[in-house]
Design a protein around this ligand. Structure first.
Ligand SMILES: Nc1ncnc2c1ncn2[C@@H]1O[C@H](COP(=O)(O)OP(=O)(O)OP(=O)(O)O)[C@@H](O)[C@H]1O
Length: 244
């Protein structure tokens, strides 16, 4: 992948008291890459996403977005700088309609849009994620995959430079999973830069340019999916895990 570096993580370290969740992790994500961040349960993947999005401040280390330091900044500032995310447990505003949720993403994000412009863009995004014609539906009346689609549309509404997907495919049935994979593939093909934390290995295999493997807070592998998944240390880390 020949793009320029968009995200650089240098010596990222996060301790919760005596527990080190992320230990001196370094990696670079280039423009338009789709990176899988994988590893066994409790290996530090979500903590790493939280360090990038600003939900957590690193104990030490530096994270840069397009050369600018973002580590330690509040999450709303990092969102404005162009990092959008979805959460392991869907977070949408239940009292707002679908389209209002998407507009909220546009208002607080990287490329801010207001009024009619925001409405039109939100309609396009709803269409894009497969929710065309459902602008006025309250999220509570949607099934799980549609809520996931909505959260993705909200994240995309800010026109992010970097999209973080935290187990976005979790909990989908096999046919929904294929829809979800196709949707992420479309984003990738449009040049979106994405880090996806995922346990669904078929999705990692079919979507990712590269994957980074964490185990006990340490980055143990970084490379093409095929190479990484055949490394003995990675196999050992997954031993006993369902997806190994
Ligand atoms: N806020 C917190 N306070 C204390 N410990 C935490 C906190 N957040 C995470 N941890 C611990 O840090 C370690 C890494 O957790 P993390 O959620 O980052 O792992 P993960 O790889 O995302 O796991 P999973 O795949 O199960 O979601 C775990 O031991 C977890 O219990």
């Amino acid at each position: 992948m020949s793009g320029r570096p968009l995200l650089s993580v240098e010596g990222a370290h996060k301790a919760f008291g005596g527990l080190v969740a992320v230990k001196d992790v370094d990696f670079i994500v280039k423009q338009s890459e789709l990176i899988g961040l994988i590893g066994p349960n409790g290996s530090g993947k979500t903590t790493m996403m939280n360090l990038i999005s600003g939900a957590l401040k690193p104990t030490s280390g530096t994270i840069r977005l397009d050369g600018e330091i973002i580590s330690g900044a509040p999450p709303q500032r990092i969102a404005r700088q162009g990092v959008a995310r979805t959460f392991q447990l869907v977070r949408i505003l239940p009292s707002l309609s679908a389209i209002e949720n998407v507009i909220a993403g546009a208002v607080f994000g990287h490329v801010r849009a207001w009024g009619d412009d925001a409405y039109r863009e939100a309609e396009i995004l709803l269409e894009r994620v497969g929710l065309g014609g459902r602008a006025n539906v309250p999220p509570g009346a949607m099934n799980y995959i549609d809520q996931k689609r909505l959260e993705l549309a909200r994240a995309l509404a800010s026109n992010p430079r970097l999209l973080l997907l935290d187990e976005w495919l979790a909990g989908l049935n096999p046919s929904e999973l294929q829809i979800g994979i196709d949707l992420i593939r479309d984003l990738r093909d449009d040049g979106c830069t994405i880090i996806m934390v995922e346990h669904v290995m078929d999705a990692i295999r079919s979507l990712c340019d590269r994957c980074i493997v964490m185990s006990s807070g340490i980055k143990i592998a970084d490379g093409s999916v095929q190479d990484v998944l055949s490394q003995p240390e990675v196999v050992a880390a997954y031993l006993g895990e369902e997806d190994a």
